[in-house]
Write a protein that binds this ligand. Structure first.
Ligand SMILES: *C1O[C@H](CO)[C@@H](O)[C@H](O)[C@H]1NC(C)=O
Ligand SMILES: *[C@@H]1O[C@H](CO)[C@@H](O)[C@H](O)[C@H]1NC(C)=O
Ligand SMILES: *[C@@H]1O[C@H](CO)[C@@H](O)[C@H](O)[C@H]1NC(C)=O
Length: 449
């Protein structure tokens, strides 16, 4: 069915989101329609008050650990490592450990270690540490600059810590493509396996940069929601007429990817197969998409072509839709163009046949309504949601979608407010980022042997 000879399957998942630490906690709350968005005004840092957006998706700190869905650093890293690594790398260590446990994979021989790699990135990294270091240098000079400043700054450091902890000696790689990071990491890692550079890859993205400083930057760029400061849970509302910007969130996602035969040989549980991956650039503007969504359309088309399926076979699309009017509209149009007009050679009827769909048959949702935008982690977290949607036969809801944008293009099924049952054999997950970069991954639930 697909052209590549080495096939890649997903055998482990790990998640940290504003809905909780752990896959179970996050997924059950997402399906129940809960929100992880809260006010920034209860944070210890009073500078949050000075920024026009006062809502964000924080991961819940606490002593309860993964059992209670709380972030308890000592469950995952030593005190010393916590201090050295910074929050985003600690999140990464946790989701990778979760995913490896879930996969029941241990690289316990030199041969296995050499065939296992890491591909994990961040969009922004430890911005707060950089900010504090700059203040310290300015006020107190050279002696007050921490020797940990540079390693904390580097966006590939989480991948490095992971390879050291587990002894992984295959590719150790980091992607940083703004909000496409997590999806590019998973897509690129699957190519490493296809190409024979590794048999097993842990892959994903991590982000933990919510601070008054970063929110100020996004607010100045007019990217974040400012109209819902007194109702935080309503602030992130993809496809809704009242949407007015994204809500910044933090968290991480990692998957274990494995060459199919390798997974079968060790009797691993298989969640699904990566059957297509497409990447494209908008070549348009650093923060705005082209209005008709040409970039994302290209990436979706490549993913579908590679998978050897038709748009009509796609039962579910997890949209990138961040709750900005421009971005949601461009992506919506791209999805319609893909699903209704098809991939070029399919329209001509030469490729697997072409089935005419009605817009109302297109099933799209954006899980950002519940967790906000996790920037560099978004693509990884949303790929995992897409895997779980296929596993459970359920379309996760778009939270806060009370009044769908009335413009004539918004006539798909956006799964408003409540999850919907639906058998999902194939799904797409989209991501795009500042700089005009886009990616799509195509997943299949059933692995044909
Ligand atoms: C997301 O996927 C859909 C469905 O394949 C596609 O039409 C759309 O262009 C994609 N959007 C992005 C931003 O990649
Ligand atoms: C591609 O990435 C840009 C970058 O921000 C994004 O806004 C845009 O929606 C994506 N392209 C399309 C066609 O969706
Ligand atoms: C979307 O879901 C509806 C109802 O669950 C289903 O009838 C339809 O076939 C789905 N669309 C696609 C393209 O699979």
């Amino acid at each position: 069915m697909h052209s590549m000879s080495r096939r890649v399957v997903i055998t482990g998942l790990g998640l940290i989101t504003p809905l909780g630490v752990g896959v179970k906690q996050t997924w059950s709350r997402l399906i129940a329609g809960d929100s992880g968005i809260i006010s920034t005004l209860n944070q210890p840092d009073k500078a949050f008050e000075t920024v026009p957006t006062k809502v964000a998706g924080f991961v819940k700190d606490g002593l309860g650990g993964i059992e209670k869905g709380e972030w308890t650093p000592s469950e995952w890293v030593s005190k010393n490592d916590e201090r050295r690594m910074g929050r985003y790398s600690c999140f990464a260590m946790s989701v990778v450990e979760q995913a490896l446990r879930d996969a029941e994979f241990v690289a316990d021989t030199d041969a296995l270690k050499q065939r296992t790699g890491v591909c994990l990135g961040s969009g922004i990294g430890n911005l707060d540490d950089t900010f504090e270091s700059a203040l310290s240098f300015d006020k107190f000079g050279y002696k007050k600059v921490s020797p940990l400043m540079v390693p904390k700054l580097l966006l590939n450091m989480a991948a490095g810590y992971i390879s050291i902890k587990y002894g992984f000696q295959g590719p150790v790689h980091s992607v940083t493509t703004a909000c496409t990071t997590g999806l590019h990491a998973i897509g690129d890692a699957s190519r490493f396996i296809q190409f024979g550079d590794a048999d097993v890859m842990v892959a994903g993205g991590s982000e933990a940069c919510i601070s008054p400083f970063s929110l100020a930057g996004f607010a100045r760029a007019k990217s974040v929601a400012t109209e819902f400061n007194d109702n935080p849970a309503a602030a992130s509302r993809p496809f809704d007429i009242a949407r007015n910007g994204f809500v910044m969130g933090e968290g991480a996602g990692a998957v274990v990817l494995e060459e199919l035969q390798h997974a079968l040989d060790r009797g691993a549980k298989i969640y699904g197969e990566v059957v297509g991956y497409g990447l494209s650039g908008d070549a348009h503007h650093i923060t705005a998409p082209p209005p008709r969504g040409d970039g994302i359309l290209l990436s979706m088309k490549s993913a579908i072509r590679q998978a050897g399926i038709r748009p009509a076979d796609i039962d579910y699309i997890n949209a990138h839709a961040t709750s900005t009017s421009q971005g949601d509209a461009a992506e919506n149009l791209a999805i319609r163009r893909l699903m209704l007009e098809g991939v070029d050679d399919q329209v001509a009827g030469e490729y697997n046949g072409f089935k005419k769909l009605e817009a109302s048959e297109i099933n799209i949702s954006s899980t950002k309504g519940a967790i906000g935008h996790l920037l560099g982690a978004a693509g990884a977290v949303e790929t995992i949601f897409t895997v779980l949607a296929m596993r459970d036969g359920i379309l996760p809801p778009t939270a806060n979608l009370e009044n769908i944008d009335p413009s004539p293009d918004f006539t798909c099924n956006y799964v408003p407010l409540k999850a919907q049952k639906r058998d999902i054999a194939y799904a797409l997950s989209n991501s795009s980022g500042f700089g005009g970069t886009n990616a799509t991954i195509c997943l299949a639930r059933d692995v044909s042997l």
